[in-house]
Ligand binder design. Structure first.
Ligand code: UFG
Length: 333
């Protein structure tokens, strides 16, 4: 009698119905990886992933996780599920520590029990806070200026401890500003409420908002508005595949920055949106937003050198073009 074939090992993606997670799920599936997505759908969208890969559940529910790991053969975990709003984290820190830190501990505990030892973590440029030297390298001092960034840094530290204690192999990808959308126009950013600059500017261009409010024009930057490093979400997705493939056992606990190395101010972004959409976009000046560092620009040399990552969509106008295609589609959803 032939032996039954062993179960296909899956990549577990938490928060796979969110903005970045859903683009990574698509990239994994396109190259033939078998994926299972866990999402509690508190901010994610079920339409963002194929229905058959989605398991609805919460990372805080430890027995749900035990059941999940015992009913699937999981070879690696990509962990996206978290709250992401810098401003909100300043006003509701416990919400962030509970979901982002305690939720991750629950997940790691279930992984330890199941013997799964590869973990790719969605970290953030917010672990750096305001730095004297830009572009920012991974060795820069880690001093997050808000609870969101601190919650991500705490997890990075926990990962190193788990590496020491039970051989957990980890990569933390420190994203700068994820932007754009899948060029197919099928998936993209859909936060509710939306707080991110590019979608808000494009919604204003589309006439769905009255004006863009610039959060402070008195920063120590060339035009007084905050400077960020915008990176196309599909370039982020590529980096996840490379990072996953680089975990072959014994590669420790690593961190990589992900950005394009170019800083654009809030006003630069508004100008790019005007160019791409051909619309004149009304702008008002508001106060600073709590927790915002003035400049965040990445050096991504480490991931370029070690994993041969090469971003494909580096122009701000291309990023905005893809976001604009998506924004018009989303308006009709
Ligand atoms: N901004 C405005 N007006 C708006 C919205 C945003 O002026 O209506 C400004 C913000 O104050 C900030 C810049 O535009 O200076 C970019 O803001 P986003 O909210 O788009 O992005 P953040 O830089 O605050 O945060 C993003 C992610 C975080 C991540 C961070 C790292 O949401 O998860 O990038 O750079 F930590």
């Amino acid at each position: 009698m032939p032996h039954p074939s062993p179960p296909t090992p899956h990549i577990l993606v938490t928060g796979g119905c969110g903005y970045i997670g859903s683009h990574v799920v698509r990239a994994l599936q396109e190259r033939g990886d078998s994926v299972v997505v866990v999402d509690n759908l508190c901010t994610g969208h079920p339409w963002a992933v194929p229905e058959k890969v989605l398991v609805k559940g919460d990372l805080a529910d430890r027995s749900f996780l035990s059941q999940l790991f015992s009913s699937h053969s999981i070879k690696a975990v990509l962990h996206f599920a978290s709250f992401i709003q810098v401003g909100e984290s300043v006003h509701a820190p416990l919400k962030y520590y509970d979901n982002n830190v305690a939720g991750t501990i629950s997940l790691l505990d279930a992984m330890s029990e199941a013997g799964v030892k590869k973990f790719l973590f969605s970290s953030t440029a917010a672990v750096y806070g305001t730095q004297a030297t830009v572009p920012i390298v991974e060795e820069a001092p880690l001093r997050p200026g808000n609870p969101y960034g601190r919650s991500k840094l705490m997890v990075e530290e926990i990962l190193r401890d788990c590496g020491q204690a039970w051989g957990l192999e980890t990569v933390a990808l420190r994203y700068f500003n994820a932007a754009g959308a899948h060029p197919s126009g099928e998936i993209g950013e859909a936060h509710d409420p939306e707080t991110h600059l590019i979608p808000l500017v494009l919604q204003t261009a589309a006439g769905r908002r009255d004006a863009v409010i610039i959060n402070g024009e008195d920063y120590d930057t060339p035009d007084g508005t905050c400077v960020r490093d915008y990176i196309h979400v599909c370039d982020l997705a590529d980096a996840h595949l490379l990072a996953l493939d680089s975990m072959k056992g014994g590669s420790g606990n690593r961190a990589y920055n992900l950005g394009n190395g170019a800083g654009y101010s809030v006003r630069d972004v508004i100008d790019a949106c005007q160019r791409v959409t051909g619309k004149s976009i009304p702008v008002k000046t508001g106060p600073r937003r709590a927790g915002d560092p003035s400049v965040l620009v990445a050096s991504s040399e480490r991931i370029t050198m070690e994993l041969a990552w090469r971003p494909r969509f580096t122009s701000l106008d291309k990023i905005v073009e893809d976001a604009w295609r998506w924004e018009r589609k989303l308006a009709g959803k």
